[in-house]
Design a protein around this ligand. Structure first.
Ligand code: CA
Ligand code: CA
Ligand code: CA
Length: 321
């Protein structure tokens, strides 16, 4: 009886969001502009608003949390916007984002049997849209660019990106021998990590304090027609498209699942507005001396707000503004 009661009390905890660090709704996609759930998993392909907001609360590396996924197969996609522009963050500034990744897409990939070399993945490619007209929504003037995935490289002999990928990039895959980099729904999620810290997609397993998901660079942007790189300082919209049309036996056709999309914060930005200014300085001063897991002013994410965080904000002051 007592054990039963204790177990019952544990139940709500196991379903509770466990993510670490400081994050707010403005760190994640806030609006759906377009979608198609065509060829998605039945029952999961009709509500694209599931990709908005925080990543799913109960996700682990071995057991995904499907309460919050939107699914789309060949021909399907989801197109979203954010509370602020997507900034092209530089490498070598944030110690938890040394390569300067700019956004993270969360899906429902998982490590089969907990083996980080063996993943169930259904890659989707990612495009970013630049709001040329300034209307705040995708329109006829919006310019869309592919974030060219480093591996597998989808370009043909002429250097033009082509999809679908070959069927052997979908389903149960050995990713230590053959890493998949630059696609959504490839790296699992851990709700023990920080959802704003990018995982290194070239390394097996989820790195450091990251909550996983797949990290993307605006530096990868290319023109669809020519395959040539495009220099983007900012973008405004994200579109995720299923990258294949593979048969997965009893699991049917392949489909990408998306459960959240985060913008990585600029180093020193404590309030997710993309800019490091007096508000961020005040946030650090206000929490100065505090310790804990989810402090806005803990810029370097070491569990304490102190002079190191103050210096980080002062050093980055004015960036992104
Ligand atoms: Ca970047
Ligand atoms: Ca700020
Ligand atoms: Ca700190």
């Amino acid at each position: 009886m007592r054990l039963w009661l204790a177990l019952l009390m544990l139940l709500p905890l196991s379903g509770f969001a466990q993510y670490r660090g400081h994050f707010v709704l403005e760190d994640f996609a806030t609006q759906v502009f377009g979608w198609s759930g065509v060829n998605g998993a039945a029952g999961f392909n009709t509500d694209p608003t599931r990709v908005l907001g925080f990543p799913p609360p109960s996700a682990t590396q071995t057991v995904p949390d499907n309460t919050k996924v939107f699914s789309f197969g060949w021909g399907g996609y989801v197109e979203v916007g954010f509370a602020r522009p997507i900034h092209n963050l530089p490498p070598g500034v944030d110690p938890h984002n040394p390569d300067g990744y700019d956004l993270i897409v969360f899906g429902n990939a998982f490590y089969a049997g907990g083996n980080p070399c063996q993943v169930w993945a259904e890659p989707g490619y990612v495009e970013v849209g630049v709001d040329v007209s300034g209307s705040g929504a995708p329109d006829a003037q919006t310019r869309w660019y592919l974030l060219l995935p480093p591996n597998p490289d989808p370009r043909d002999a002429q250097g033009i990106p082509r999809f679908p990928l070959a069927d052997n990039w979908f389903g149960n895959l050995s990713v230590c021998a053959r890493p998949i980099v630059g696609y959504a729904d490839v790296t699992p999620i851990t709700n023990q990590g920080n959802p704003l810290v990018p995982d290194d997609p070239w390394q097996p397993d989820i790195q450091g304090i990251s909550a996983g998901g797949d990290a993307f660079q605006l530096e990868w942007a290319v023109d669809w027609q020519t395959g040539q790189p495009v220099n983007l300082e900012r973008a405004h919209f994200v579109r995720i498209v299923h990258a294949g049309n593979a048969s997965l036996g009893i699991f049917g056709r392949s489909s990408t699942e998306v459960s959240a999309i985060a913008l990585v914060r600029r180093y020193g930005d404590t309030n997710a507005d993309g800019c490091v200014d007096d508000a961020d300085l005040l946030a650090v001063l206000f929490e100065f001396g505090a310790t804990g897991d989810s402090l806005a002013g803990d810029v370097n994410r070491n569990g304490a707000v102190d002079d190191a965080d103050l210096l980080a904000v002062l050093f980055q002051f004015g960036s992104g503004c």
